[in-house]
Each structure stands twice: as structure tokens, then as C-alpha cells.
Design a protein around this ligand. Structure first.
Ligand code: NAG
Ligand code: NAG
Length: 668
């Protein structure tokens, strides 16, 4: 049989298969051709939602080039910067101010200029600081504005900068070259250290008072899932100096005992004054912490199938699904955010976004007991991970790459880091099986659209979902997976957790999750308000400039307009309302943006009383519970990009309990 005959036979075989498939697919249908795809849903968006689109790699690179050429500062690549250098810590979209964006979206205003927000660590100057610049207009930047003082009410001290990847590398180098060699026998005999067998996990915040930059590092066996292989050794490193050669160990902890430094630990060990608890060496795959399946895989999992292709469309950053539409983006620090969420063309929310994931730990080891991770400072968007088809999201989901610039001057991509899919919920949305009088059945398939990203911040993997239901509900949902964080089990450890392995204490902790929910049901002047629940009394800190005073009349105006709203300062008849230093921003656009950024928003049905958090409608109960189970969080971290030390002065200034969402008081 020559090649030509073979090809002819192959073509015939393919034609037969095609015909058979057509016949099978059209069985029970009107006779005719193969079914066509459903007509793609008409997307009327017209590129409008691009105002919320993440910066492209080209735009990120443009901003870096502009900053390098126009600041008059020597910038070092953040991937290899020393603390004493200047560098660009991150660049991302500067979301336009709401009023401006709405004027554009609703057809009354021009497209807002496309701008970037660049966070710079400026260590190479006599008085180092953290500075935020707004850079625009893209794609060809021509201006930059220092917005730091406006946003944060003053200088942002350098010690407060979140730790760059390169600083962790420098800290690892410090442990390896300076710390471990100071206790050679202990490290070799007890830790079985061979130069690469230990992994260090950072605690946070870095210190106990403002100005500190001092971090507990707990040592683990460097195996897969090291988070649950603690060895009992923890080291407190003071890395506040901009000169890395002046970093120092301030304390050492081993198996329940504190030591001044590694030399002390070594001599105590040599003198036999240490109670040694040696941990059996785990295999590289971590043994019990291995992610390998423990049982042979059963039959294949069920798959979802879209017989006529997806019923939603994704164009750029715009999603259209039945009555729903929204724009999406990813913030380096705060993660997944949605804008301009509409139902039947009508905007119901301007923004729904993840803001912060905080976890507070307890332990009888110093690292664990002092840990309050604020994941926004590590970067919820920065650590968004690629999604695996068929496991992280359904096989047929739409996958979108996320581009970002953080801890390096080169844009990076997290491939397929966002997924969008429609999920058949497997139960009827409504149904009735009539068996009285007339006999009939009516039922509707229930399905929902999901947009998801998964951030792996250290040991935890947070699965962030926003879900759009056919009945008009939106759900914000987060699931936590990954590894538990752990401490070395010793002494009264059981008071602080559960023993999960011979030497491993799974430590007690609480997760706090924050969303920003800016509902705009029926327009912007609704009776929704911004609520920051704070259990203490509001007060102005002496550290704040006096401009935090706001004339009483403007409070009154709001109290009257928003009868029933809770504005305690005014109700008490005080002269001033304690608003944050941000308020006197002369530029309403920025001010509003800052306010909108700063707090969780909620809808109220009844006037809230002091101390009683209001329920959030629109979000699912789970999300609302998560949102309001956490008294302080709406206010605690208004600037997750920059805030680090919880104990610092500025961070504990309570924000006002209530803020109006729709308008910002005009300051006279
Ligand atoms: C921070 O440093 C930059 C660069 O030297 C400077 O322009 C800016 O004014 C400083 N910010 C504050 C608040 O001092
Ligand atoms: C941990 O082990 C991995 C894999 O062998 C290695 O690449 C890494 O450098 C080790 N980490 C440390 C801190 O030694």
C-alpha cells in the first residue's frame, strides 16, 4: 500500500467518524447539521473596563525606565539591593479615583489617565524612607507625584518597609555564615546541620515597638513541607542596620530555654547543661508531610463538560456571564479585586476586593507566640500561584496569566494564575413536581460563575473565590489549605495547640480575612455606609498633626442626611471628629481613593449600635461572618502595603468607627 492510498483511507475513516459523531450528537433533535456553538454573548463593554486592567509587562517596564531616568536617584534592582540602596519594591496599577472612573464609565467624562503606583525603598540617603509615586500617563510616562505624605500623613519610616526577597536571602546568608558557625558542636551533633539541611521560617511582626526591625527565625528540617518539621532552635536576628555586616543575634531559644547568643548555647551544650531533644532526620520528601498521594489513585474523577462551549465570555479583564458583568484585576499587595459589578447592566457594586489575610498565633516558642502575619505585607497578589488544570480549577476553566512587578525591576508572570469557570451546582435552582390536581414538573438547572486565584503565602494557600449566582447573589469565599504552621513541641505545649507529630505542635491560631465591599445598589447615594468597628474609644494621637480635626457642621450634615447612622463623635457633641490624618487631603480625588481603600464597607438595614458590628448583605454569610468576626481589622491596616509593626504608634491609632462612603466631607 503506497502513501497515497494510506492517506485516502485515513481521510475516509475521518469522514466516517465525523459523520457518526454528527449523527450521535443530533439524535433526538430536529434533523439537520451538527449543532452550532451558542452565539457568543454580545459584550457591550467596549474596552471600558480596561481602566481597571493590571499593567502589562510593557507598561511595567516603561514605569521602571521612567523612574530610573527621572528621579535623580541611583536605583538598584530590588532583586539584589542592599538595605542601604534605593530600589523599586513594586509597581502596579494606580486604580483611578472612583468619581473619575464612574464619570467615564457612565459616559460623562473622559477616560482617566492610566497611572501606575510605584513603591520605592529609598535607603541610599541620610534620612531613608519609603516613598510612593504615582506615575503617568501610560504608556509613555511624563510625570510622577510623591503621594506618600498625603496618603500616610507623614513620612513612612524606612524600618517599616516589608521585607524583600533579597533581604530574606541576606538573612539566610547571615544565619549560615555568622550564626550557625558560632555553635559548631551543637549545630553538627544536635541539629545535624550540613550546610543545607535547615530551613528558616520568619515570624512577624519584626519587633515589639515602633522602630524595631528584629525577627525571630525558627529552624526546621529542610524537607518537603518543612513547616511541620521544627527542630526546637529559634534565633532572634536584629537586622535593623542598613549595613548587613552589623546584623546581630539578640537572643537564642532552644527547647524551652533562652540563651544570649549562639556562643552561650554552644558552651551550655558542651557543659552538658542543655536538655537535648534530638529529632530523627526526615527523608527529603518529608515523610508525613509529603504531598504524595498515600493510596493508589482510584478511577478518574468526574469532569464537568460544556456541551456547547462556555456560556460566559472573558475579554481582556472583562467578564460577561448571563445577567452579570464585572472587571477584574490583581493587586500585588491585596490580591484579587473586582470592579464595576453589574447585574442586568445596572451597577450593584463598584468594588469587591480582597484586602488582607491576617493570622494570629499562640505558642510556647518565641517565634510562634509573637507571630501575627499580615499577608498583605508579603503580597497576596505577589504570591498568586499558577493554577493546575483539573485540580485547582476545573479542566475547562478559562485561565488568565497575571503579570506583576515586585521585589525585582523585571516584570514577572504567574502563568494561569486566575481562572474563571461556570460550575454546575448539581442541585435545582428551583423545581416542583406536581402530583396534586395537574401533573407536571418544572425545574431549573443551578449553576454559578466562579473567578478564582490562589495565593501561597508561606505555609498557607488561600483559595480566593468570588461566585456569581443566577439568583443575583454574590459570594465571597476563601478556603485555606497548604500546611499548618508549627512550633517545636515542649513543656506545656498542649496549652497552645495540638501535637501533630512527635516533636511538632500544630499551633493555635485565628485567621482574619478582610474584604472591601463597596456596594452601589440603586446609585451611589444609598444608605450604605462604611463602618470601621473598633471596640475602644476613638482618640487622636498626639503624633498626628492637628489637621485631624473636622468641623462639627460637616459631621452634622452627615448625621442628618444619614439619619440612623452611627457617628459617635458627633452624637457626643464633641468639637471634633477623630478622623485620620489622611482626611485633610486637599485633593478630593486622592482623599476619596484613600478612604475607599482603607476600610471594609458594609450595608446596614438597621442603625448600628456601638460595639455591634453590622451584618453585610450581599456577601454570603460565611464571608460576612469572617468580615465581622474580626473587630479591628477593617481599620487596623489601612495601608497594608506599608504597615508592618503592629506595635508602632501609627498603627494603633484607631480609625473612626464610621465613615461615609458616598461623599467625603468638604473641609473648610
Ligand atoms: C523621602 O525621600 C525622598 C527622596 O529623597 C524625598 O524626595 C522625600 O521628600 C522624602 N519624604 C519625606 C516625607 O521626607
Ligand atoms: C534546602 O534544600 C533545597 C533542596 O535541596 C536547597 O535548594 C536549598 O538551598 C536548601 N535551603 C537551605 C536554606 O539550605
Amino acid at each position: 500500500m503506497n502513501v497515497r492510498t494510506a492517506l485516502v483511507l485515513l481521510a475516509l475513516a475521518l469522514a466516517t467518524i465525523f459523520a457518526l459523531v454528527c449523527v450521535l450528537l443530533t439524535r433526538g433533535r430536529a434533523p439537520g447539521a451538527c449543532p452550532h456553538q451558542p452565539p457568543a454573548q454580545e459584550d457591550p463593554d467596549d474596552g471600558q473596563s480596561l481602566v481597571f486592567a493590571d499593567l502589562t509587562p510593557a507598561e511595567l517596564a516603561q514605569v521602571v525606565r521612567y523612574l530610573q531616568g527621572h528621579l535623580g536617584l541611583r536605583l538598584v534592582d530590588a532583586a539584589r539591593a542592599n538595605p542601604s540602596d534605593n530600589c523599586i519594591a513594586s509597581v502596579e496599577l494606580q486604580v483611578p479615583a472612583k468619581a473619575e472612573a464612574l464619570r467615564f464609565l457612565d459616559g460623562a467624562g473622559a477616560r482617566p489617565p492610566r497611572e501606575a503606583l510605584a513603591v520605592l525603598y529609598l535607603g541610599d540617603q541620610p534620612d531613608p524612607n519609603v516613598t510612593e509615586y504615582v506615575v503617568g500617563p501610560l504608556p509613555t510616562p511624563a510625570y510622577h507625584r510623591d503621594v506618600t505624605v498625603r496618603r500616610y500623613g507623614g513620612k513612612v519610616p524606612y524600618h517599616r518597609r516589608p521585607t524583600l526577597a533579597v533581604e530574606y536571602k541576606q538573612l539566610a546568608g547571615f544565619l549560615k555564615s555568622q550564626v550557625f558557625p558560632a555553635a559548631p558542636s551543637f549545630m553538627r551533633q544536635v541539629m545535624e546541620y550540613d550546610g543545607g539541611s535547615l530551613a528558616a521560617l520568619t515570624a512577624a511582626p519584626r519587633g515589639f515597638q515602633s522602630g524595631d526591625r528584629i525577627t525571630w527565625f525558627a529552624l526546621f528540617q529542610n524537607v518537603s513541607g518543612f513547616f511541620v518539621h521544627p527542630l526546637g532552635l529559634e534565633v532572634l536576628v536584629d537586622h535593623s542596620s542598613l549595613d548587613t555586616s552589623r546584623w546581630a543575634v539578640s537572643r537564642v531559644f532552644y527547647n524551652g530555654q533562652y540563651y544570649g547568643d549562639m556562643v552561650q548555647l554552644e558552651s551550655a551544650y558542651m557543659q552538658g547543661r542543655i536538655s537535648v531533644e534530638k529529632v530523627r532526620r526526615a527523608p527529603r520528601d518529608g515523610d508525613f508531610s509529603s504531598m504524595k498521594p498515600r493510596a493508589p489513585s482510584a478511577a478518574l474523577f468526574p469532569l464537568q463538560y460544556e456541551p456547547q462551549g462556555p456560556r460566559y465570555s472573558v475579554r481582556n479583564n472583562h467578564v460577561l456571564y448571563q445577567a452579570w458583568s464585572f472587571a477584574f484585576g490583581m493587586s500585588v499587595s491585596t490580591g484579587l479585586h473586582l470592579f464595576d459589578i453589574r447585574h442586568k447592566g445596572e451597577r450593584v457594586a463598584y468594588e469587591i476586593s480582597v484586602q488582607e489575610a491576617l493570622s494570629v498565633y499562640g505558642s510556647n516558642c518565641p517565634g510562634g507566640m509573637s507571630t501575627r502575619y499580615m499577608d498583605g505585607s508579603f503580597g497576596i497578589g505577589h504570591y498568586t500561584s499558577p493554577l493546575v488544570r483539573g485540580v485547582d480549577c476545573p479542566y475547562l476553566a478559562t485561565y488568565v496569566d497575571v503579570h506583576f512587578l515586585a521585589h525585582s525591576q523585571v516584570p514577572r508572570v504567574s502563568k494561569s494564575a486566575l481562572c474563571i469557570f461556570e460550575q454546575n451546582l448539581g442541585s435545582p435552582l428551583r423545581r416542583h413536581y406536581s402530583n396534586l390536581e395537574s401533573l407536571y414538573y418544572g425545574g431549573l438547572v443551578n449553576s454559578a460563575l466562579v473567578i478564582r486565584s490562589i495565593a501561597t503565602v508561606g505555609n498557607y494557600d488561600y483559595v480566593w473565590d468570588f461566585i456569581f449566582y443566577q439568583n443575583g447573589a454574590i459570594e465571597g469565599k476563601v478556603q485555606a489549605t497548604g500546611y499548618a504552621s508549627s512550633s517545636f513541641f515542649h513543656g506545656d505545649g498542649l496549652r497552645y495547640g495540638n501535637r501533630v507529630w512527635e516533636h511538632t505542635l500544630g499551633t493555635i491560631h485565628t485567621h482574619f480575612i478582610n474584604y472591601k465591599v463597596d456596594l452601589d445598589v440603586g446609585g451611589r447615594s444609598e444608605s450604605f455606609f462604611t463602618a470601621c468597628h473598633y471596640s475602644g474609644k476613638p482618640r487622636c494621637s498626639g503624633a498626628l498633626p492637628p489637621v485631624c480635626k473636622v468641623p462639627l457642621n460637616c459631621c452634622r450634615r452627615y448625621s442628618q442626611k444619614q439619619a440612623g447612622c452611627w457617628f459617635p463623635s458627633c452624637e457626643r457633641g464633641s468639637e471634633t471628629s477623630q478622623l485620620p490624618a489622611l482626611l485633610p487631603d486637599p485633593e478630593p480625588r486622592l482623599l476619596q481613593n484613600a478612604l475607599e481603600k482603607s476600610c471594609v464597607k458594609a450595608q446596614t438595614r438597621s442603625p448600628a449600635r456601638e460595639g455591634s458590628p453590622v451584618p453585610a448583605a450581599g456577601l454570603s454569610k460565611t464571608a460576612a461572618q469572617q468580615q465581622w468576626g474580626i473587630p479591628h481589622m477593617g481599620c487596623l491596616d489601612p495601608h497594608p502595603r506599608l504597615v508592618w509593626d503592629l506595635q508602632g504608634k501609627r498603627e494603633i491609632i484607631p480609625w473612626p468607627e464610621v465613615r461615609m462612603k458616598t461623599e467625603v466631607p468638604k473641609l473648610t
